[in-house]
Design a protein around this ligand. Structure first.
Ligand code: SF4
Length: 426
């Protein structure tokens, strides 16, 4: 497996945007330090920089606006120090979450934060942030911001960060990022850049260096030499498997010997993520390892809802999913969302689809059942029984046991499900 941090040369930013260089310099630093990309966790914030996620081969977590440093700190606190947590955040996010940054610096959490300071909120059209230099033009301060800005470097240095550096976002500054990554404890690099789409537009004749100098922001490095954060006493979290008695498979032939991928695609508000969680619990009860990842629009309760589940007899090192053995589709929203995945499936793979939906174009084997006939809210959970019967990977009795524990079994039209289940022959 390649150890390249970036999976593409075509990064998703506007032409000339300094975010290209930040991603490339960070990737170079990680690669030259010889870090294993599976030991690196990027936490990104809201803003243009955050669309880098899909271009990374490392682990990625996408946070709420301004909260990525809090998330990154939490992740770091739960990991051994050889894992590297890197937070990408914009000047807008750094303003919103300034307290999180200062607290992580004060505690000296093992974390490297790269602030993409282009002096405005680029994704929303160029509004000023708390890091916009006084006098810099933005869409809402066309004659220059009248306000003084925070000096994020001085603030985190004073709060106790071990390594702080401000760089101009030009050329190769990967050595600075390497230094930050090598320093135990909290490190922050403020990369000064101009957003070509809005910063240049509102400040046409001004050069980056001149803006930084006028703002009295020296290009320099600050260091402290404090011990990095450690829990006073590490809490030992018991293994979930220790608490979960394994239920033996009745059908020994169907016991998994390698990882499989299952996708549940339906509509928001119809229990897709809950059903995926029930599937995972059933798989754990059978002694398997699982991962679950949900995808849905930012506006909760509207449009599609998609859940990706990996089930494996072995430890799962990567939660990503690319070639599912089973796709379960319970609504048109789900079908629209998964149609490209379905198109690429082969004759050894399976689609379980609600009978009200058109049959998709695919080489996979398609089985059509009346999931929605059990009620829209029950459709996805009902589909799990069909998946269980078809695949044999989990037992229908295990599903019933979990639904019973959750107080949900009696709400399901179990007789209707079981009457239709007899049609599933494998
Ligand atoms: S809008 Fe500005 S910050 Fe956002 S990608 Fe384009 S150039 Fe970069």
């Amino acid at each position: 497996m390649s150890n390249n941090v970036l999976n593409t040369k075509e990064l998703p930013f506007c032409k000339g945007c300094g975010h290209h260089l930040i991603a490339q310099n960070t990737a170079k630093a990680i690669e030259e330090l010889g870090l294993n990309i599976l030991d690196v966790i990027f936490v990104t914030d809201i803003g243009c920089h955050g669309i880098i996620d899909k271009s990374l081969n490392t682990h990625t977590v996408h946070g709420l606006h301004g909260r990525s440093v809090a998330l990154g700190a939490g992740i770091s606190m739960g990991l051994p120090p050889e894992k590297k947590v890197i937070v990408f955040i914009g000047d807008g996010g750094a303003t919103i979450g300034l307290q999180h940054i200062l607290e992580a610096a004060r505690l000296n959490v093992n974390l490297t934060v790269v602030v993409h300071n282009n002096f405005l909120y680029g994704m929303t059209g160029g509004q000023l942030s708390g890091l916009t230099p006084k006098g810099f033009n933005t869409i809402i301060t066309p004659n220059g911001s009248p306000y003084g800005e925070h000096d994020i470097c001085e603030l985190v240095y004073t709060a106790g960060a071990n390594y702080v550096s401000r760089v101009l976002g030009i050329g190769d500054y990967s050595e600075t990022i390497k230094n930050a990554l090598k320093t135990p404890g909290f490190s922050l690099i403020e990369v000064m850049e101009i957003c070509p789409s809005y910063g240049v537009k509102f400040n046409p004749k001004r050069k980056l260096q001149e803006i930084v100098e006028a703002a009295n922001k020296p290009i320099k490095t600050w260091t402290n030499h404090r011990d990095p954060f450690v829990f006073p006493e590490r809490k030992i979290v018991s293994n979930l498997f220790d608490k979960t008695p394994v239920i033996e498979h009745l059908n020994k032939e169907k016991i998994l010997t390698s990882q499989i991928q299952v996708v549940l695609s339906g509509s928001a508000g119809e229990g897709v993520q809950l059903a995926a969680n029930i599937l995972c619990k059933a798989a754990v009860k059978h002694g398997y390892n699982i991962t679950q990842k949900g995808t849905y629009p930012v506006t909760v309760g509207v449009g599609f809802s998609n859940a990706e589940v990996n089930i494996s007899p072995d430890e799962i090192l990567f939660h990503g999913l690319s070639n599912p053995e089973y796709v379960i589709v319970t609504s048109q929203d789900g079908l629209d969302f998964s149609k490209n995945t379905i198109k690429q499936m082969n004759e050894h793979q399976w689609i379980l689809i609600d009978k009200s939906l058109p049959l998709p174009e695919t080489k996979a084997q398609i089985l059509s059942y009346d999931f929605r006939g059990k009620g829209a809210k029950n459709a996805v959970i009902s589909s799990l029984f069909f998946f269980a019967k078809l695949s044999g990977i989990i037992e229908t009795d295990t599903l019933k046991a979990i639904l019973s524990e959750m107080g949900m079994l009696e709400k399901l039209p179990l007789t209707a499900i079981e009457n239709e289940l007899v049609l599933v022959t494998v």
